[in-house]
Design a protein around this ligand. Structure first.
Ligand code: CUO
Length: 669
């Protein structure tokens, strides 16, 4: 079967649907929809008739509303539709159901539920899901671009179209300090990754979709890494680390005006001026009420669980937050996912935080305003308040981790394995220096825009980029041939004031760059690993997948695309650095495989960004606690990174040099 919604070259796949699939309006007008694509029509797909499903509940979300999983009503509806898609007995029935819903259901909701279903049905393993950036460019691109795109598409013939440039500084000016890191928070790949992560790990919905190995722990770890990266980007730009939201009732200094228009809702995403305060939400029409006090209670109870090392289960009994599984339980409590051990008691303060912040401008719906950028995983990382809010969330996890037993030298070491040298190599560059610069790239967004004549319409955006590099690691193995896990982290060498770090603080800023298994021969070993092979990132082309219509469909290759759309964008692997060179510590460790290894086959499964995203239908491919060895307070007597080291670890000073130049794309013909 061809995937649903493929573009066949410039031809559109046209679906022949039974007459009763058309919405009433089209039926009454007797319009032949096929006519609309007459010259563009490519392959015809016949859709089999089915008994029309009852969509009463699902249609409670209008087609012209914006959609957010953080709204309980939207969430309930999304669960119902996803369930319907998952329960279709055959692929054929699934396709008919999707075709029937397509013109009736809210487009964002439809796309979300369809994507979740394709990701989780067994018979759609080989099926492509549409790239979100291509389907809904309005969630990623300055709204002014669309008027230009329309003009380009309507007037300029296909061969002569030029990419529409998105200016670098379009959401704010340099009067706003926070704007210095907008290249990070508004990066298309970063936001696509966050959306994709939450698509792979939904916090609610059918149990088979939510219940994945260590998903609560991964919620903690992935967002913890985002926070570390964001803080380092800030420091590269002479900003201090992000403010941690502590009191939900204080004025919120972070402001944000997204300059995004929802093409579906035909409304702008509301902005938020500085110093607004959260208020209770009471939006009757949305069937939605949140009291700030309930969030505060949930937070206090969660801290109580953290400090007592135990949680209260639904039967009012105390259960331990254990050394290894406790973080997973806590992640599900905090997020809160439907795996939370006691949702009625611990509440839903993280999701409600996104939600209350997103309607701060209209908490009782008196102005009939929809939600802001923070209310949708596709756009939330654009808003600076995401980071002050998530600093609060992250602090809870750090607090819990600091209550755990400290790693002993034995838990850190690997007898007889010594890392003797580490260096970074770029082509033609000095050793141990990373180089960053700006690059412009083009993305086709014509799929998400409904106008004719069709054909590609490119936007050109500017993003951070770095020169690819290699890690070269020398390891002495005094024992027999064996394996180990190589763990590579990069973190800042100094704090904002230029002082060396205490290990206790530095460890929370160590960013995992790569993790992979190595084979060690007896004696000397040289391990060379390319930055492009990182197990936290996916390649550029996958982040901004231009649909390759000639790619063979079906089989493992395509399946990988779906899960593998999740991954930190390779172009953001390295922090921006500074013109004079930003000093960093490169940390390399070979850990004892006996405590790392998960015995499972990952053949045919994508594991490109497994560190942040896991592997589909498999266990998380590392038995250690996520964040090891930096996730716990140091053993007694250790106050610097150097003192923390055991012989199987090594630290190298490196520097990140940023050149303010822009690499432009080759001319398109
Ligand atoms: Cu990803 Cu709050 O969890 O945004």
């Amino acid at each position: 079967k061809e995937p649903i919604f493929t573009q066949k070259g410039e031809k559109k796949t046209v679906f022949n649907v039974p007459q009763n699939f058309l919405t009433d309006r089209y039926q009454s007008l007797g319009i032949e929809l096929q006519d609309r694509f007459s010259t563009d029509a490519g392959e015809q797909v016949n859709i089999n008739p089915i008994q029309p499903p009852n969509l009463d509940e699902i249609l409670q979300l209008r087609r012209d509303e914006n959609f957010s999983l953080f709204f309980p009503k939207h969430n309930r509806i999304a669960t119902a539709l996803t369930n319907m898609f998952l329960q279709a007995k055959t692929l054929d029935e699934f396709q008919s159901l999707a075709a029937y819903c397509r013109d009736r259901v809210n487009p964002y909701l439809f796309n979300y539920c369809l994507s979740v279903a394709i990701l989780h049905r067994k018979d759609t393993r080989g099926m492509d899901i549409p790239s979100f950036m291509e389907t809904f460019p309005d969630k990623y691109v300055d709204s002014q671009v669309f008027a230009k795109a329309r003009e380009e598409a309507n007037i300029v013939p296909e061969g002569s179209r030029v990419p529409i440039e998105i200016p670098v500084d379009y959401t704010a000016s340099n009067l706003e300090d926070e704007h210095r890191v907008a290249y990070f928070s508004e990066d298309l790949g970063v936001n696509l990754h966050h959306w994709h992560w939450h698509l792979v790990y939904p916090f609610s919905g059918p149990m088979e979709v939510v219940n994945k190995d260590r998903r609560g722990e991964l919620f903690y770890y992935f967002h913890h890494q985002v926070m570390a990266r964001y803080n380092i980007e800030r420091m590269c730009n002479k900003l201090r680390r992000v403010r941690r939201m502590i009191n939900l009732r204080e004025p919120i200094p972070e402001a944000y005006f997204p300059k995004l228009d929802s093409l579906v809702a035909n409304r702008s995403y509301p902005g938020r001026p500085a110093n607004m305060r959260l208020q209770d939400v009471n939006r009757e029409q949305d069937q939605w009420q949140i009291d700030i006090q309930d969030m505060e209670t949930g937070i206090a109870r969660t801290y109580e669980a953290i400090h007592s090392g135990s949680y209260l289960d639904v039967n009012n009994r105390r259960q331990p937050l254990t050394e290894f599984e406790g973080i997973d339980v806590l992640g599900n409590i905090v997020e809160a996912s439907s795996l939370s051990v006691n949702p009625a008691y611990y509440g839903n303060f993280h999701n409600f935080g996104h939600a209350t912040l997103s309607v701060i401008h209209d908490p009782d719906l008196r102005h009939l305003e929809s939600f802001g950028a923070i209310g949708d995983p596709a756009t939330s990382m654009r808003d600076p308040v995401f980071y002050s809010f998530h600093a609060m969330i992250n602090d809870m996890f750090i607090e819990f981790k600091s209550t755990l037993p400290r790693y002993t030298v034995q838990q850190l070491g690997y007898d007889g394995v010594t890392v003797t040298n580490v260096l970074l190599q770029t082509v033609n560059g000095p050793q141990n220096q990373l180089n960053t610069f700006w690059q412009q790239s083009d993305v086709d967004m014509s799929r998400g825009l409904d106008f004719q004549p069709r054909g590609p319409v490119f936007v050109r955006f500017t993003h951070l980029q770095h020169q690819p590099f290699n890690y070269v690691i020398r390891v002495n193995n005094a024992g027999a041939a064996r394996q180990g896990t190589c763990r590579i982290f990069l973190g800042p060498k100094f704090d904002e004031r230029g002082n060396p770090w205490l290990f206790q603080d530095q460890r929370n800023l160590m960013v995992e760059m790569d993790r992979f298994i190595v084979n060690l021969r007896p004696g000397e070993n040289v391990i060379t690993q390319a930055s492009t092979r990182s197990s936290v990132t996916i390649p550029f082309e996958r982040t901004f997948r231009n649909v390759d219509v000639n790619r063979p469909t079906g089989g493992a290759a395509l399946d990988q695309f779906n899960f593998c759309g999740c991954g930190w964008p390779q172009h953001m692997l390295v922090f921006k650095g500074t013109p004079e060179g930003y000093p960093c510590h490169l940390f390399v460790m070979i850990s004892n495989i006996a405590d790392d290894r998960i015995n499972q086959s990952t053949e045919g499964q994508c594991s490109d960004a497994a560190v942040y995203c896991g592997i589909r239908d498999r266990l998380y491919p590392d038995r250690r606690s996520m964040g090891y060895p930096f996730d716990r307070a140091p053993r007694n007597g250790v106050s610097t990174l150097q003192q923390f080291l055991t012989p199987n670890m090594r630290v190298q000073d490196v520097s990140i040099v940023h050149q303010n130049r822009t690499l432009r794309p080759r001319a398109r013909n």
